[in-house]
Design a protein around this ligand. Structure first.
Ligand SMILES: [Ca+2]
Length: 114
């Protein structure tokens, strides 16, 4: 097991045993857990894994943004945008960009609905 994987496991499991985490911390841990649920210990998502993650874990957000599950064409564009180092896999840092993109859309969306 690599050092960053041990750090990830420590971050996910240890704090919750010591004291309650804030709502934001719980959300951050959830993001890490979901990423590793789909990436496994290799810590990177291939395109099919990213598609499964988006369709299974971000379905409501994606439906609001584009009114359907992610299409293969949209997935290809998104994957190319996220894969900053061009290794044809999405690491956690690149994945966080997706989370930032999607979550940053919603304050604007919610303010339009008021
Ligand atoms: Ca990459």
């Amino acid at each position: 097991m690599k050092i960053h994987q041990m750090e990830t496991l420590y971050c996910i499991f240890f704090p919750s045993l010591v004291e309650p985490m804030s709502d934001l911390e719980v959300g951050m841990v959830t993001i890490i857990r979901v990423f590793h649920k789909y990436s496994g210990l290799k810590g990177k998502l291939k395109k099919a894994e990213l598609k499964d993650l988006i369709n299974n874990e971000m379905n409501h957000f994606i439906m609001v943004i584009q009114k359907s599950n992610i299409t293969n064409e949209t997935l290809d564009e998104l994957f190319a945008d996220l894969d900053q180092n061009g290794d044809l896999e999405i690491d956690f840092k690149e994945f966080i960009t997706l989370i930032a993109m999607v979550t940053s859309y919603f304050p604007k969306f919610c303010s339009k609905k008021r």
